[in-house]
Design a protein around this ligand. Structure first.
Ligand SMILES: [Fe+2]
Length: 186
């Protein structure tokens, strides 16, 4: 659910009822928290990756972090546009999120990439679910989320491409936890 201290204005965008506009914005709050968490997690991996492919992965992560930070801003400003105050507060994020902190510390590039692949599975699936929810009420917000998913999925392929063999198989395929994926890819 959205932040308890969230406040709504008595308006939304033209053409939507205030109720529907605010409902769309409240869905965006969950995605805002997810992407805020993601950009911090990616920075954590950027700092903690070690091993022979250090520089490739270290440097590959930064443009993605900048992109995701832009997505956070995009969602927060869309919420404000729709009449609901966005929350970017860390305590609020931790209180409402449905996942745990990223569980990998200092580790090799394949371990981080496999664990981050699992993270992306969750973020992208939840973004797609949000697309389904808001799409019935507001195609403009739906379009924003679709654009974000397109970029998130592209980067997930970048990560997977480091882990695939020539047959396209992933050692960690089927793993659903970060630790499980990291161990399988090791
Ligand atoms: Fe850095």
């Amino acid at each position: 659910m959205a932040a308890q201290n969230q406040s709504s204005a008595p308006y939304t965008v033209p053409g939507l009822t205030t109720e529907n506009g605010h409902e769309v914005a409240r869905t965006l709050q969950t995605r805002l928290h997810a992407l805020n968490d993601l950009q911090l997690t990616l920075k954590h991996a950027h700092w903690n990756v070690v091993g022979p492919n250090f520089i490739a992965v270290h440097e590959m992560l930064d443009p993605q972090i900048e992109l995701v930070r832009g997505f956070v801003d995009e969602l927060a400003e869309r919420m404000a546009t729709m009449g609901v105050a966005p929350s970017g507060l860390p305590g609020d994020l931790v209180a409402v999120r449905t996942w745990d902190d990223y569980s990998v510390g200092r580790a090799t590039s394949v371990e981080h990439l496999a664990a981050l692949d699992v993270v992306y599975n969750g973020v992208v699936a939840d973004h797609r679910e949000a697309i389904g929810k808001v799409g019935e009420l507001d195609p403009v917000t739906e379009d924003i989320l679709i654009g974000q998913v397109r970029e998130l999925e592209l980067f997930q392929w970048f990560m997977r491409a480091h882990l695939e063999n020539s047959g396209g198989a992933l050692e960690h395929g089927g793993e659903t936890t970060e630790q499980g994926a990291a161990s399988a890819a090791r």
